[in-house]
Write a protein that binds this ligand. Sequence first.
Ligand SMILES: [Zn+2]
Ligand SMILES: [Zn+2]
Length: 377
Amino acid sequence: MSKRDYYEVLGVSKDAGERDIKKAYKRLAMKYHPDRTAGDEALEAKFKEVKEAYEVLTDSQKRQMYDQYGHAAFEQNGGGGHGGFGGGADFGDIFGDVFGDIFGGGGGRRQSRQQRGADLRYSLDLTLEEAVKGKDVEIKVPTWVSCKPCDGSGAKAGSKPKTCSTCHGAGQVQMRQGFFAVQQTCPTCQGTGQVISDPCDSCHGQGRVEKTKTLSVKIPAGVDTGDRIRLSGEGEAGMHGAPAGDLYVQVTVREHPIFVRDGNNLYCEVPISFTTAALGGEIEVPTLDGRANLKIPSESQTGKMFRMRGKGVKSVRSGSVGDLICKVVIETPVNLNERQKELLKELEESMSGDSKNRPKAQGFFDGVKKFFDDLTK
Ligand SMILES: [Zn+2]
Ligand SMILES: [Zn+2]
């Protein structure tokens, strides 16, 4: 199904100002708002269409893209799109992002008529160990790169793109409308300011070709799910030699069989025998650097947490190190032989009726007794 023209959707002219667009949107939004249309799917779709058109046409950058490339401007965005990446930190700065300012949006006026290449997103799965220690990875990214034979210009070797005769290279033309002069994207060159009469054979005048790029990426130690690393200028090459977009490497850390990570802390559950819990002792626990010993004091209850300082994850931002928190779980012994059962029965008899061995149970049963006493009052 082909999409309707945004201007047509809102019923405004191509050179409509922001006020007119807002007015048109308000009127249509009232008409098609879901609160009024009560589940009518066709009307709901209309509302969506109106909203989408409004969002594009009131954003000057998006509007310019739409004017140049139509709906295609928003379709080839590799699932990523500009700015729609959700939470997580951006680690572009860690890599001395010197190009960021040059290519960043809004900056250089001179490049505003050239459409920067799309940003790309690459999803990278890491094990917990890899995320904690950092890793150099090689990734393969299908993308667009600048065309070599024409050096990105799109014009056949030996020829050059000519300055557009309609706009004289400005990429914009002035349209007179009564008292007003309105700036519009040049219809001859679509805003590039140049026309190619003899297009390059390998890129057909686009100035870029499809290629799978191999990149080395340094993943800093301590990254977590949701973090992303920006590689400036490693996104898609722009058309006709326009600057490339950025590549975002989006990190996901896989679940670990032993540790659960929460920020910079690690959690793990360690089973201990009930005799160790009662008498105390030393147990072996896993850490990311190998095994470590943990002292269990006597009379430890199940669920007790022990903090091992500095055995967690080193923060990628602050450099501070988290802790490993071990939760001990007392395991009821199974597969007991006769002799062991004997011993336990003997223990049981020695404890029965002696509330000082089981203070918690004593407190609990006192509470239960009071509960029933109160009920029967
Ligand atoms: Zn032109
Ligand atoms: Zn070419």
